[in-house]
Design a protein around this ligand. Structure first.
Ligand SMILES: [Zn+2]
Length: 297
């Protein structure tokens, strides 16, 4: 379990620590390894990336598998994390969220069960243990065969059953704080029961989940961002998802839906910078089962 690789993403990190504090080691089968905040310096300053620890700020989630010879602290931390934690893992759960600038309706990323020759439907079930309203289907491994440059790639090479969670964001001040935290905490408990590390029942998986492929849409201009379609709203290809006004109130950019889909997350502060993510947009996977379920919502 890891959280806080981006220092402003605290939701899962809290749950990792609380579960650890409450585990009875006598009743635990296997080992629970948890790192609440991989990026502790980022956490200390409340930012995604800690520029204070390296001459050039590095996004810790972009430096896998790390190295401990370059002299960069962020890559050294990742190298140590891989060496002393990941190398021993059979299952791997990483928590993210929207941090300071995004809000994502909770979504759990799993590996396409039809393409996963190693684990079949295991990561799908691991993801469903978190009872998120959205699921995000990914292809196995890295986009470049054999690459360890991402957690997903490394998990593929090392044959670790891996899921990634995006859980809310901005929750310290939001109304959903407890809901998101509970989802993280309960999900870890459900998962350990599911894996038979602990003795307990796994509740029935929720039946209203929306299964998506997800894209992070960018703006090219900075300004005031106005979301038009909100989280959970569906859009047709060509629909307006949001727009950017300049400082004089002129509309300078429109964010257009590239396909029929659903809004999973959105940029949250009023001011957006060029190249930031304006909208996290899902393409609903239209197999018969998910289509039936999502039509009920
Ligand atoms: Zn993150």
């Amino acid at each position: 379990m890891d959280g806080g690789i981006h220092g402003d993403e605290v939701e899962g990190a809290e749950a990792i620590a609380h579960v650890f504090n409450e585990i009875d080691p006598q009743k635990l089968k296997g080992v629970y390894l948890g790192v609440p905040h991989l990026n502790l310096e980022g956490f200390n300053i409340g930012k995604r990336v800690a520029s204070s620890i390296d001459y050039t700020a590095a996004d810790m989630n972009r430096v896998f598998p790390g190295d401990d010879v370059s002299g960069k602290i962020s890559t050294t931390i990742i190298a140590k994390y891989v060496k002393f934690f990941v190398e021993y893992a059979d299952y791997w759960v990483t928590f993210h969220s929207g941090g300071n600038t995004l809000y994502l309706e909770p979504i759990a990323c799993y590996t396409n069960t039809e393409l996963d020759n190693v684990f079949g439907s295991l990561t799908y079930d691991m993801a469903r243990c978190f009872m998120t309203p959205f699921l995000w289907r990914n292809n196995p491994g890295a986009s470049k065969e054999g690459s360890k440059a991402t957690m997903r790639g490394l998990s593929g090479v090392n044959k670790i059953a891996y899921i990634c969670l995006e859980m809310g964001g901005n929750v310290m001040f939001g109304k959903d704080r407890n809901k998101i935290y509970d989802m993280c905490y309960d999900g870890i408990i459900n998962l350990m029961n599911y894996l038979k590390m602990t003795d307990g029942d796994v509740p029935a998986f929720r039946g209203d989940t929306i299964d998506c492929d997800v894209n992070y849409l960018h703006v090219t201009n900075g300004g005031v961002y106005h979301p038009v379609k909100y989280i959970g709203e569906r859009a047709k290809e060509g629909d307006l998802l949001g727009y950017v006004d300049d400082v004089l109130g002129n509309r300078i950019e429109e964010c257009i839906a590239p396909y029929d889909g659903i809004v999973v997350g959105t940029w949250t502060p009023p001011v957006i910078q060029p190249r930031e993510w304006s909208c996290i947009y899902g393409k609903i996977i239209e197999d018969k089962k998910t289509a039936e379920l999502s039509n009920k919502i």
